[in-house]
Design a protein around this ligand. Sequence first.
Ligand code: ATP
Ligand SMILES: Nc1nc2c(ncn2[C@@H]2O[C@H](COP(=O)(O)O)[C@@H](O)[C@H]2O)c(=O)[nH]1
Length: 217
Amino acid sequence: MVQPTPPSSDALHRRGLMFIMSSPSGAGKTTISRMLLEADPAIRLSVSATTRPMRPGEVDGKDYHFVTQGRFDEMVENEEFLEWAHVFGNSYGTPKAQVKAGLREGQDFLFDIDWQGTQQLYQKLETDVVRVFLLPPSIDELRRRLTGRGTDSAEVIAARMERARAEISHWDGYDYVVVNDDIDECFAKVREILHAERMKRARQTGLIGFVRELMRP
Ligand SMILES: Nc1ncnc2c1ncn2[C@@H]1O[C@H](COP(=O)(O)OP(=O)(O)OP(=O)(O)O)[C@@H](O)[C@H]1O
Ligand SMILES: Nc1nc2c(ncn2[C@@H]2O[C@H](COP(=O)(O)O)[C@@H](O)[C@H]2O)c(=O)[nH]1
């Protein structure tokens, strides 16, 4: 009797997922995202377009696609975004092209986006979406992190701190909430979430044939 062969790689047998990380500004989602991208070559960053000025150390096309407001508006007009929002006085959006085709091919994507974008993606692609919200251990520590990052002016930091409580109020729109106190612990938890979500039965559509074979009398 021919034995059914177990699928060798889950990436070949499921649709990609959209792993979203949000938090108040400065809580650490960019840091955790970078760690995840380095540790896990199977997930790719969805590179957003933004009208905000580039920070020192950022690379156009890698961290963001830095565009003018005119170009951004044109992209909105041409329906080139999966979602977009105004955040802290700038425009940010997720270009459709890279993500849609990738998901079909089983590519997982990481999104560093705010709660408005998360809601839009969830409304459009609910079953593909995993929503993770990071909290800072305290408001004082959040301020320390924003200041210590050294990338923003005092005005920008004040504006982001001003919005922090409002951002945190959206925590209940997420599937998972993790406090980013110790960075390594937080990263380990985020990785566990990603691993478990990849294993969900509903995502492993490629297993159906294998299970049918196993159950054949
Ligand atoms: N667990 C942690 N302990 C101490 N410092 C941290 C921790 N996590 C991140 N940081 C530091 O806090 C600062 C802000 O982190 P990061 O830029 O990742 O935040 P963010 O949530 O992506 O902010 P934004 O939304 O503004 O992009 C960085 O200098 C980072 O090195
Ligand atoms: N809705 C979206 N929000 C986004 C996107 N890209 C980033 N962001 C969020 O904006 C703030 C500020 O980011 P920063 O890099 O200027 O500090 C932060 O909350 C990001 O998560 C996007 O494409 N759509």
